[in-house]
Design a protein around this ligand. Structure first.
Ligand code: 5GP
Length: 290
């Protein structure tokens, strides 16, 4: 590449001003896409006359759409053969048509979200996958209530709602859980209203729960997609459970016993996924909900 052209101070100032204006315009458009005011169609149309929008990356456009996070945007772009750095102006006619088809419905159309239930033996790495999925923005991840005491670093309202036995009893009695189960001496439950509200808003929802609870969800909501996460090998699972500094020896032994029973439940599930690499698993889960 040759040296960049030498600009006079005035020309440099003008170029900087133009770049700042374009950035401002793109931020404004992204805000309108996020709020549902602009559809994909509208943005593609505007890009024909608005240089700032024409130069927006396709990835930015997709990620600004409600219900589309980083991973779903990437999956879509791969599906439509759009390179990761492609700008709107660089889209081919065929790609524009495909993008329009993909988002025919207005962005704020209320299709209920998909419900994905991630389950599998304790220690297989479900919560790491769930945390990663939450970061992508493709899923609303449910926070469960539990009677278990918080581990160090766990926060009330973020990792769990840590509640007393009496409060758990009350919620069971009032039918506030979509499902609940006992696991290793503690009770865990999924708050029903929060999950149903998110689905009705059109968000894809992820529950990260143990196997008995997953079966209950399927009985209530047959459209739920059940995913069983398997360890790459039994030895790996044992190593993970043994290595957990957060549990005492008795609890670890109990968890190992439980894990053996849990592994046998895979056949009940819609998909069985080996947890060999978090990013691969996250991509698969996003594709199951697309
Ligand atoms: P931990 O105590 O290690 O956080 O979780 C123990 C087990 O409870 C894990 O298998 C986890 O997936 C499961 N779990 C967490 N929340 C819920 C829930 O709301 N319902 C059910 N059935 N299981 C849950």
């Amino acid at each position: 590449m040759g040296a960049p052209p030498q600009l006079s101070p005035e020309a440099r100032k003008a170029a900087l001003l133009k770049a700042a204006q374009s950035r401002k315009r793109r931020a404004e458009i992204k805000g309108k896409i996020k709020s549902g005011e602009y559809s994909v169609d509208a943005v593609l149309e505007l890009s024909r006359t608005d240089d700032a929008i024409a130069k927006m990356r396709v990835r930015e456009l997709l990620e600004a759409l409600s219900g589309v996070g980083k991973v779903r945007a990437q999956v879509l772009m791969e599906k439509l053969n759009i390179s990761p750095t492609r700008r709107i102006v660089g889209l081919g006619r065929h790609q524009i048509k495909e993008l329009r088809n993909e988002f025919m419905k207005p962005v704020h159309a209320t299709r209920p979200g998909k419900l994905l239930v991630l389950s599998g033996p304790g220690g297989v790495g479900k919560s790491t996958v769930a945390t990663r999925l939450r970061q992508t923005g493709d899923f609303w991840v449910s926070v469960s209530a539990t009677t278990r005491a918080p581990r160090t670093n766990e926060l009330h309202g973020v990792d769990y709602y840590f509640i007393s036995n009496d409060e758990f009893d009350r919620r069971v009695k009032e039918d506030e859980f979509l499902e609940w189960a006992e696991f290793a001496g503690n009770r865990y439950g999924t708050p029903s209203n929060e999950v149903l509200d998110a689905l009705n808003r059109g968000e894809n929802v992820l529950l990260e729960i143990e196997i008995d609870g997953a079966k209950q969800v399927k009985a209530h909501l047959p459209q739920a997609i059940l995913v069983f996460l398997e360890p790459p090998s039994w030895e790996e699972l044992v190593a993970r459970l043994e290595g957990r500094g957060t549990d005492g020896p008795e609890r670890r032994a109990h968890r190992l016993e439980l894990a053996q029973e849990e592994l046998a439940a895979a056949s009940f599930f819609d998909h069985v996924v080996v947890n060999d690499e978090v990013e691969r698993v996250v991509g698969l889960l996003v594709s199951f909900a697309s």
